[in-house]
Ligand binder design. Structure first.
Ligand SMILES: NC(=O)c1ccc[n+]([C@@H]2O[C@H](COP(=O)([O-])OP(=O)(O)OC[C@H]3O[C@@H](n4cnc5c(N)ncnc54)[C@H](OP(=O)(O)O)[C@@H]3O)[C@@H](O)[C@H]2O)c1
Length: 249
């Protein structure tokens, strides 16, 4: 986070309704270093009821919260626009919204491809470009203008069976982040790629007890993401790989 003494801190979280994004919000709200009066949140996903319950919890401890229930693949920049309209700045974008369609390489369809590419690649590009533009337009008071975090996956660095489209889109996200980081060095915008391994979230649906026992929990991934917000402004934390203790499942 920026440490300007009187500034507000505006954080947009996509995919905030479930899974790792939701765990990120809970972890942030209970962080001992947090100044709740300074924090302004904008939480986005497709399901209003998920966001409404989070808003109630955040506001009960004094954190002003905007919610945006929209399909990112149709309105990729809306959450950042709403945050900037209401709070007049953007300090961090935590991009957790993402989808996966899994199946044998030869069984995956054009619809699987379009759905996954539209959210994971096209919307991610447009969202990050917009957030970067907003951050770059803010004064560079301390050297740091903002931070963008994206949960890619360990599937952005190694192949997995049943995951041709998912891996393709995660490698694409990684490529975008690596290019953006080059710009970020000049503009004071740090770009963090979170390469998460298997964490039990709604994305997985039902899993058996054996698999579940090997998986991380959403908060295991969220915790270091929140810590990264508080890292020294002299540093650019760039890649955070978090796997289950026994390795990939
Ligand atoms: N869980 C894992 O094991 C794991 C591992 C590595 C990487 N990841 C990545 O981490 C990210 C979060 O995954 P997760 O496990 O937390 O997933 P999740 O439990 O399915 O939650 C995803 C969240 O993103 C939102 N979302 C999805 N598509 C959206 C869209 N088109 N527009 C707006 N919101 C959308 C969902 O909203 P609605 O439910 O309202 O649609 C939900 O709140 C994804 O990018 C995923 O690929 C996950």
């Amino acid at each position: 986070m920026n440490s300007h003494p009187v500034e507000e801190q505006v954080i947009v979280v996509t995919g905030a309704g479930k899974g790792i994004g939701r765990a990120f919000v809970y972890t942030l709200l209970s962080h001992p270093g947090l100044d709740r009066k300074k924090l302004k949140l904008c939480l986005a996903s497709r399901t209003l009821s998920d966001l409404a319950s989070l808003k109630t919890q955040a506001e009960s401890i004094g954190v002003e919260t905007e919610i945006v229930d929209a399909d990112l693949s149709l309105k990729p920049t809306l959450a950042v626009e709403r945050a900037v309209n209401r709070f007049k700045r953007l300090d961090a974008l935590i991009h957790c919204a993402g989808v996966g369609r899994f199946g044998d390489f030869l069984s995956l369809t054009k619809e699987d491809l379009n759905d996954t590419v539209k959210t994971n690649v096209e919307a991610t590009f447009l969202l990050l470009q917009h957030a970067y533009r907003v951050m770059k337009s803010s004064p560079k008071e301390s050297g740091l203008r903002g931070q963008i975090q994206v949960i890619t996956s360990v599937a952005a660095e190694r192949p997995f069976p049943q995951s041709a489209i998912y891996c393709m889109t995660k490698y694409a996200q990684r490529g975008l982040l690596e290019v953006m980081r080059g710009y970020g060095y000049q503009d004071g915008i740090r770009i963090l790629d979170i390469r998460a391994g298997a964490a039990l979230t709604p994305m997985w649906g039902e899993v058996g007890a054996e698999l579940e026992s090997r998986m991380m929990k959403a908060e295991d991934v969220a915790k270091p993401m929140v810590e990264a917000l508080f890292s020294s402004e002299r540093t650019s934390m760039e890649v955070l790989t978090i796997r289950p203790l026994q390795g990939d499942v």
